[in-house]
Design a protein around this ligand. Structure first.
Ligand code: ANZ
Length: 802
């Protein structure tokens, strides 16, 4: 062993702390804001998966610092939420104290890994100074009509005693369960706060064009927003208008019945007496079905006839009106015109209930629904037209005859923003006895310390029991505080701005001040954002929404907060399963730091494979990382250095610097490390010859991004007095990358047929391509079968043909 990682880690952690090495600099006109998705400080402590993400951003931050950027690379805590509250309920602890203890633990763990976080910028969503701003943003939204208190259908979880947002629910075997805890969830109507994210649907869709994310995440968001342009057509049933939303108005000649969602407001009005009992029973069973279940096309179709008929406004035919749970009440108009010949769900339904099927698109196979493209038949106004032409013509016709209108729908729902829980941000809201709503503008509204957090189970928050907090009197008028709290995703919707505003731990410049504006101008947008794929829709969409609103409020001058986004792949257990206490396959990073050191841990996690891939933990991999860290350390430590460049390493050094720089920039860490390995091997091949000192320095700088402790140690041993983070990143001398040329002989069946001049080190594949494209060679190999290709780089190509 050439060094003790424990001694080096201790030495440099102390140095960084004492010298405030990681304090955010404000000295350059170049900036880079590099952000991790902040952790939820659970009792379990930090996970090796967290470390993978955090190391990646740390590597980039370190490079950017050496490249002379002002770097904002902060860390904080997503500190409100259900798990802490549930733990508190189970153990009789206080979630506030419990969370603070977890934060302290997390912070110690992070410090051991050598991350460049500036803890003067530490924030915590559960700190009153922080949630003061969360509440302030809510107030602004309320004033803009973007927060509304209304009766909505919610997902109610009895075990958790709270409502849940759609993205907090999972589906198992047709039933809805809470994502946390796997408890049953049912639909229920309740008065709740909602944020009107739907008003921003178009803006959020447009914004995706501006950001440089991979297309799969953009598609997830696009699908979640779910824009769809079609027509609302009016079918009449006596004096009741039934509007149906369709994206295929061209198929209107094929409508054989109408289906309404069982919850549709007009269902009972339309139901004839003899059908009432059956319809009511069906409505009742629908209540327990989840939306996902109802949308599932593989489930057998069910439904009931209402006894009424409606008139197709184009054909004047009378069609029966049914109800079925495959039509959702909260999309479009909650009613559809069914065209069984050209829609699978309608086909199934019509076959089951013996309803007529009429083809209006030409097809040879009428044994199943025809979904493809074809021309129209049996459709007076549009016969012979294709889909696009027919939709255009029918849309015009419908509009001109006032039997319908163009309509754009979004699948996106408003954001259910209240939870019946204790441990979250209180709303800055008072309710008057007359039902009036009054904003509290003296913020923060502080979450009271209470002993009994148990949800009452009746839909009321535990805060409702705290009389002295709930009851407020202003100028003799009595009010009650809103006792619901905000959801876990509230704080994370703006925390990335809080780091910019932080002047000390949880102390902030006013978000609407002039100074804040200048700081936002400097730091936004976030250049690199790294975190788990599970946030692709929820958090990322909510955060974008708040930014769009703050942009409209002229608080920030950037709409899109996250310019580049990367998802780190998971680190699985050595057994290839997700790490979990249940499987006993969890690797504790504290243990790894003890046995292998932080540098080896970082290097190993960056070298495991492509950053976005999910890969199993490997002890052998970790051991190899440790071995290589020592090999690299030894190489630098033992090298005889010279200020004379004998040029023998010119090419390889410049090549490695160029590649490592590009690869770190594009998060290709594993290949960047391979390049460093190539360099170390090249030095060992020099067998003790003096090495040009500048090249060794450059190597240590690059190495230090991955292995900062030995990086600093070697830098000091090279004679530098200040942290390596104040050094200047190595530059590439492009002139050294031009290789001299060489002549390669091209043979066919052993006979020389051509010679070509190529750059030295041209690859085998390239040589073959060049050889085969030579005219003379071509004449000897064309129309022949190639049976063998022999290539010796820089020398010869021999093609054997038959
Ligand atoms: C007639 C038709 C004929 C349709 C055809 C499709 C194919 P997106 O793209 O999702 O917007 N639909 C409308 N509202 C619905 C609801 N609340 N629940 C379930 N289905 C609903 O799809 C819109 C299409 O989905 C609409 O176009 C409607 O069926 C159905 F050959 O109308 B279509």
């Amino acid at each position: 062993m050439e060094f003790s990682h424990k001694a080096i880690e201790k030495k440099w952690a102390k140095y960084w702390e004492e010298n405030k090495t990681f304090k955010t600099r404000n000295t350059s006109n170049k900036k880079s804001y590099i952000l991790d998705m902040f952790p939820y400080p659970s009792g379990a402590g930090i996970h090796v998966g967290h470390i993978k993400g955090y190391t990646s951003t740390d590597v980039i931050s370190r490079m950017k610092l050496m490249q002379g950027y002002d770097v904002l690379h902060p860390m904080g805590w997503d500190a409100f939420g259900l798990p802490a509250e549930q733990y508190a309920l189970k153990t009789g602890n206080d979630p506030i104290d419990f969370t603070l203890a977890n934060i302290a633990n997390f912070k110690n763990q992070l410090k051991m890994i050598g991350f460049t976080y500036d803890y003067d910028k530490e924030i915590s969503t559960s700190n009153p100074n922080f949630y003061k701003v969360t509440q302030w943003i809510f107030v602004q939204m309320y004033k803009k009509g973007l927060a509304e208190y209304k009766n909505v259908e919610v997902n109610w979880c009895q075990e958790l005693g709270t409502v849940l947002a759609n993205d907090e629910i999972v589906e198992k075997d047709g039933v809805m369960l809470s994502e946390r805890g796997d408890y049953p969830v049912v639909k229920k109507n309740m008065k709740q706060w909602v944020l009107k994210i739907t008003k921003y649907a178009e803006s959020l869709l447009q914004g995706l064009e501006e950001v440089e994310w991979n297309s799969s995440i953009k598609d997830l968001q696009r699908n979640w927003i779910g824009k769809s342009t079609g027509v609302e057509v009016i079918f009449k049933s006596n004096n009741i208008n039934i509007n149906v939303f369709t994206t295929r108005v061209d198929t209107i000649y094929g409508v054989s019945y109408i289906v309404m969602a069982p919850e549709h407001q007009d269902v009972l009005k339309l139901t004839t007496k003899d059908k009432l009992e059956e319809v009511n029973a069906y409505i009742k069973t629908t209540k327990n079905k989840s939306e996902i279940d109802r949308k599932d096309e593989s489930k057998p179709k069910t439904g009931v006839f209402t006894g009424s008929y409606a008139i197709n406004p184009i054909t004047n035919e009378s069609v029966p009106i049914w109800i079925s749970d495959y039509v959702l009440n909260n999309y479009g108009t909650g009613a559809v015109m069914s065209v069984p010949a050209h829609d699978n769900r309608d086909w199934e339904f019509a076959t089951k209930f013996n309803l007529p099927i009429k083809f209006v698109l030409k097809t040879d196979d009428q044994s199943k629904a025809f979904i493809g493209e074809s021309i129209h038949i049996n459709s007076e106004l549009i016969n012979g037209l294709n889909r696009i032409e027919a939709i255009e013509k029918m849309t015009k016709y419908v509009e001109e005859h006032k039997i319908g209108f163009v309509k754009t729908n979004y699948k996106l729902r408003d954001w259910l923003f209240s939870r019946q829980r204790f441990y979250g941000e209180p709303f800055p809201i008072l309710h008057g006895e007359d039902g009036s709503i009054v904003l509290v503008e003296d913020l923060p509204v502080v979450l009271p310390r209470i002993k009994d957090f148990k949800p009452s189970g009746d839909g009321q928050s535990p805060l409702a029991k705290v009389d002295e907090w709930v009851n407020v009197e202003i100028n003799g008028v009595k009010y009650k505080r809103e006792t619901n709290t905000m959801p876990n995703s509230a704080g994370p919707s703006w925390y990335f701005l809080a780091y910019i505003l932080a002047i000390a731990e949880n102390e902030f410049i006013d978000i609407d001040s002039q100074q804040a504006k200048q700081l936002f101008e400097k730091w936004l947008p976030i250049d690199v954002y790294v975190g788990g794929q599970e946030h692709a829709v929820g958090h990322l969409l909510y955060a974008r929404f708040w930014m769009h609103v703050l942009y409209d409020l002229k608080i920030v001058n950037t709409k899109e907060p996250f310019k580049k986004l990367y998802n780190q792949g998971m680190i699985l257990g050595p057994d290839n399963r997700k790490m979990s206490k249940r499987w006993g396959n969890v690797i504790n990073p504290d243990d790894v730091v003890q046995t292998h050191g932080a540098d080896s841990l970082r290097l190993y996690e960056m070298f495991m494979g492509p950053f976005e891939a999910s890969l199993p933990w490997s002890e052998e991999g970790l051991d190899s990382a440790l071995k290589w860290v020592h090999r690299a350390f030894r190489m630098v430590n033992n090298a005889t250095l010279t200020n004379n460049n004998d040029q023998s390493l010119d090419f390889i050094y410049n090549d490695v610097v160029k590649k490592v720089t590009d690869m770190i920039e594009s998060l290709k860490f594993n290949t960047a490390i391979s390049q460093l390995m190539v360099f170390v091997n090249a030095i060992y091949k020099q067998e003790g010859k003096p090495i040009y000192k500048l090249y060794i320095e450059g190597f240590v700088q690059m190495l230090s991004t991955f292995a900062p402790f030995i990086g600093e140690e070697l830098w000091e041993r090279l004679g530098f007095k200040e942290t390596i983070l104040k050094s200047t990143w190595p530059t590439v001398d492009e002139s050294k990358l031009v290789l001299s040329n060489t002549i390669v002989a091209i043979q066919v069946n052993g006979k020389l047929r051509a010679t070509i001049e190529v750059a030295k080190n041209t690859s085998k594949e390239e040589l073959l391509i060049l050889a085969k494209s030579n005219d003379n060679v071509k004449s000897f190999i064309s129309n022949k079968q190639i049976i063998k290709e022999i290539v010796v780089v820089d020398k010869i190509v021999n093609i054997v043909v038959k």
